[in-house]
Write a protein that binds this ligand. Structure first.
Ligand code: BES
Ligand code: ZN
Ligand code: ZN
Length: 491
C-alpha cells in the first residue's frame, strides 16, 4: 500500500500537453522566464500561467517552491503546478523542487515539463523520494496507489539511464523506510531475515547465521542481548560482488535491534513505542545493498546485520553480568539498555575476521545522547581514519544528508574501565555518544579504516524531513551509495 510510480521519459511534444490528465508541472525561472513548453500551457490556459507568474505570491516564493492553479480551463489536467526553478539550478536545488512537486501532486498522475532543465535527474529523484507513504496497516486502502509520471525532457533517451539509476537508489531508500516504519510484532528477527533473503532476487548473496552458528563463533555479547526474547537472534550476511573478482570488499554493519525495551534496565513507558526503529542501522545497510544491486554498482560490498530483540524476561541478561565477546574481550554489562554496542562489537569483529575489508562503516541508532548533541538535523560520525571520514562527510554533503564529525580519544576510552572485566558497556552520563563509539573502537583492528555513524536522531522523526514525510527517513542510503561510488567504483 505504497505509492507505485511508473515513469516515462519522453522528448518534448507540444501537442501532447493539452490532453494530459492528472496534473501538469511547469518550470519557471526566478526572472519569470518560461520555455516553449510552459508557453504552450500558458496559451492553452488563456494566460493563467503568466498571471500567476506576475503575482506577488510568485515573487515571494523561494526557489524550489510550487504554486498551484486548480481546475484551469483549456487543459484536461486538474491542476497546473508552477515551480520556481532556474534552468541551471544545482543538483540539490533541483531535488528540492522535485520534493515540492511530489508534495503538491500527491498520488495523482503527472506530466512534468522539464525541457532543458540541467539537473532533471535530480528533480526526478527528489520527486520519487517524497512520493512515499507507509499505509500498510490502514484498512481503508487495501490496494497500492498507482501513478504514472511522464517527464518531457530534451535528450530523453540519454537522460533516462541516469534517471533509472537515481530511481534505483530511491528504491533502496524506500526499502529502508519500510523496514524502519514496520512495527516490531511484524518485523521480528525472523521476518527481517526473510525480507533480506528475498533480496537474492536482485542478485545479492544472502546467508543467515542462526543461534547455533553464533554460539560456535563465540558471539556471546550479541547473544546476551537477545537471550531474554522469544525471537531468535540472527546475523545476516549480504554480499554484492559487482567489482573485481576476489577483490577485498568494503563492509557495512548495521544495528538491528527489532525492539529495544531496555531489557532489565527497562526504559520508561512514555515514548517506548519509538524503539520499533532501533533496527534503523540494519535498515539503512539493507536499503543500500538493494540500491547497489539495482544500479549494478561496480564494487564489492558486504553487509552484516545483527538482528536481536532486547526484552526483559526470566532468562534475560542482568545488569552486572559478564560476557565474553567473539574477539575474546570480556564485557561487564552495567546497563542492559546499552545493548547496541554489544550487538555491533561481535558483528564488526566477525566482519573483519572473515572479510578483511578495505574499510568498515557501522550504522546504529546507538544513543539518545546524540539527539541531545545534534538534534534531528545531523547524524554523528566517529572515525579512526581522516580520509574515510572526509569522504563520508563529502558524500553526505552532496546528498543533502546532515552529518557531523565527533571526537574520539584515549580520555573517553578510560571511562569504560571495569573493576572485574576488560571493559564495561557504559561510561558515566557525560559524552554518552562518544563513550559508546569508544567502546566500538576496541573492536576495530588497527589497520581497518572505520567510521561509526550514530543515526538515533535522523533515522525516524516526528516532523517531515527534506526528503521524507513523518516517520522513517532512510537517511544514509544516498550517502553510502555516493561514498561507494566515489571510493570503490573505478570509472
Ligand atoms: N536504542 C537506544 C538509543 C536511542 C534513543 C535510539 C533514542 C533512538 C532514540 C539505545 O540502545 C539506548 O538505549 N541507549 C542508551 C544508552 C545508555 C544506557 C548508556 C541511551 O541513549 O540512553
Ligand atoms: Zn537500549
Ligand atoms: Zn537500542
Amino acid at each position: 500500500m505504497a505509492i507505485n510510480l511508473t515513469w516515462k521519459f519522453v522528448e518534448p511534444e507540444l501537442d501532447a500537453i493539452a490532453g494530459h490528465e492528472g496534473r501538469v508541472v511547469v518550470i519557471v525561472s526566478s526572472d519569470a522566464k518560461i520555455d516553449q513548453l510552459g508557453r504552450r500551457v500558458n496559451k492553452l490556459t488563456r494566460g493563467a500561467v503568466a498571471r500567476a507568474i506576475e503575482s506577488e505570491a510568485f515573487e515571494k516564493a523561494s526557489l524550489g517552491q510550487v504554486i498551484s492553479l486548480n481546475y484551469p480551463a483549456g487543459v484536461a489536467a486538474n491542476a497546473v503546478d508552477i515551480v520556481k526553478l532556474d534552468r541551471r539550478s544545482d543538483a540539490l536545488m533541483s531535488r528540492k523542487a522535485g520534493v515540492a512537486i511530489a508534495k503538491a501532486v500527491g498520488s495523482k498522475d503527472a506530466l512534468i515539463l522539464a525541457g532543458s532543465l540541467k539537473n532533471a535527474v535530480d528533480l526526478v529523484q527528489g520527486y520519487a523520494l517524497r512520493a512515499y507513504e507507509f499505509s500498510d496497516h490502514k484498512t481503508e486502502n487495501t490496494e497500492d496507489k498507482e501513478a504514472a509520471i511522464t517527464v518531457m525532457l530534451s535528450k530523453a533517451a540519454e537522460q533516462s539511464a541516469a534517471c533509472e539509476t537515481a530511481l534505483a537508489i530511491v528504491d533502496g531508500v524506500h526499502f529502508t523506510r519500510d523496514l524502519t516504519n514496520e512495527p516490531s510484532n511484524i518485523l521480528t528477527t525472523t521476518e527481517f531475515a526473510n525480507r533480506l533473503v528475498a533480496l537474492k532476487d536482485h542478485g545479492v548473496e544472502v546467508e543467515v547465521l542462526e543461534e547455533a552458528d553464533l554460539e560456535k563463533l563465540g558471539m556471546r555479547a550479541l547473544m546476551g542481548v537477545g537471550q531474554g526474547s522469544d525471537s531468535p537472534s540472527k546475523v545476516v550476511v549480504i554480499q554484492w560482488n559487482g567489482g573485481a573478482e576476489n577483490a577485498q570488499p568494503f563492509a557495512l554493519i548495521g544495528k538491528g535491534v527489532v525492539f529495544d525495551t531496555g531489557g532489565i534496565s527497562l526504559k520508561p513507558a512514555g515514548g517506548m513505542e519509538d524503539m520499533t526503529m532501533d533496527m534503523g542501522g540494519a535498515g539503512v545497510v539493507a536499503g543500500t545493498m538493494l540500491s547497489l544491486a539495482k544500479r549494478k554498482a561496480a564494487a564489492n560490498v558486504v553487509a552484516l546485520v545483527g538482528l536481536v530483540e532486547n526484552m526483559p524476561s526470566g532468562n534475560a541478561q542482568r545488569p552486572g553480568d559478564v560476557v565474553t565477546s567473539m574477539k575474546g574481550d570480556t564485557i561487564e554489562v552495567i546497563n542492559t539498555d546499552a545493548e547496541g554496542r554489544l550487538v555491533l562489537c561481535d558483528v564488526m569483529w566477525y566482519a573483519q575476521e572473515r572479510f578483511n575489508p578495505t574499510g568498515m562503516i557501522d550504522l546504529a541508532t546507538l544513543t539518545g545522547a546524540i539527539i541531545i548533541g545534534l538534534g534531528h538535523e545531523n547524524a554523528g560520525v566517529f572515525s579512526n581514519d581522516d580520509a574515510l571520514c572526509d569522504g563520508l562527510l563529502a558524500a553526505a554533503k552532496t546528498q543533502g544528508e546532515g552529518a557531523w564529525r565527533m571526537p574520539l580519544g584515549e580520555a573517553y576510552d578510560k571511562k569504560l574501565k571495569s573493576r572485574i572485566a576488560d571493559v564495561k558497556n557504559v561510561g558515566d552520563r557525560a559524552a554518552g555518544s562518544i563513550t559508546a563509539a569508544a567502546f566500538l573502537q576496541r573492536f576495530v583492528k588497527d589497520n581497518t579504516p572505520w567510521a561509526h555513524i550514530d543515526i538515533a536522531g535522523v533515522a525516524s522523526t516526528k516532523t517531515e524531513t527534506p526528503y521524507a514525510p513523518v516517520g522513517a527517513s532512510g537517511w544514509g542510503v544516498m550517502t553510502l551509495n555516493q561514498l561507494i561510488r566515489d571510493m570503490c567504483e573505478k570509472d
